[in-house]
Design a protein around this ligand. Structure first.
Ligand SMILES: [Zn+2]
Ligand SMILES: [Zn+2]
Length: 159
C-alpha cells in the first residue's frame, strides 16, 4: 500500500515549556558562567515575569553573586540580542526583561505608570491591525507588540 503523499511532512510540535527551557538552555551554553547565571535566574522565575536591571541585580546579590550593576546591564543587552531574553521598553524610559520563548512571543503589555505593575494580554485584533498596516505598505510583518500605559486600580485610587 503506497504511503500517503504527505508522509514526509514534519509537523512542528507545539513547544512545551520544558522543551522551550531546554532549547534556551542549549543556546545559553556558549555563555560565560556569569551570563549563564543571569539566564538561569530568568529560567527559575519562568515566563511572564518582567524584571528591571536593578531587580535582576538585587536578586543576584541576594543569591551571593558578586556582580556590578553595569555588568548586569551589559549581560541583559547581550542575552536580548541573542534572543534569549525579550526586552520591554516602558513608556517612562525604563526597561524590563523577560524570558523569551516562541510560545510566549505574541503578547502585549499593560504598564501602570504609577507603580510599574505590568500585566500581559493577548489580542488577535492588534495582530490583525498590524497585518493590515503592513500589507497596505507592502511590508512583511515580523511581530506586532503593543504597550498600553495605564493606571492600576490602586494607583488610580490614590491619584
Ligand atoms: Zn511579557
Ligand atoms: Zn500602579
Amino acid at each position: 500500500m503506497p504511503a500517503p503523499s504527505n508522509a514526509g511532512t514534519v509537523v512542528a510540535a507545539v513547544p512545551t515549556s520544558e522543551g522551550l527551557r531546554s532549547s534556551l538552555h542549549d543556546r545559553g551554553q556558549r555563555l560565560t558562567p556569569q551570563r549563564q547565571r543571569v539566564l538561569a535566574l530568568f529560567e527559575r522565575i519562568g515566563e511572564g515575569t518582567h524584571l528591571s536591571a536593578e531587580e535582576v541585580h538585587q536578586r543576584l546579590l541576594r543569591a551571593q553573586e558578586r556582580v556590578s550593576l553595569a555588568t548586569v546591564y551589559r549581560t541583559l543587552r547581550l542575552l536580548s540580542s541573542m534572543g534569549l531574553l525579550q526586552e520591554l521598553e516602558l513608556p517612562e524610559g525604563g526597561r524590563r526583561f523577560e524570558l523569551a520563548g516562541d510560545a510566549h512571543r505574541d503578547h502585549h503589555h499593560m504598564v501602570c505608570v504609577g507603580c510599574g505593575r505590568t500585566e500581559e494580554f493577548e489580542s488577535t485584533a492588534v495582530l490583525t491591525a498590524g497585518e493590515a498596516a503592513a500589507g497596505l505598505h507592502g511590508f512583511r510583518l515580523l511581530d506586532c507588540v503593543l504597550t498600553v500605559r495605564a493606571l492600576c486600580p490602586r494607583c488610580a485610587e490614590r491619584s
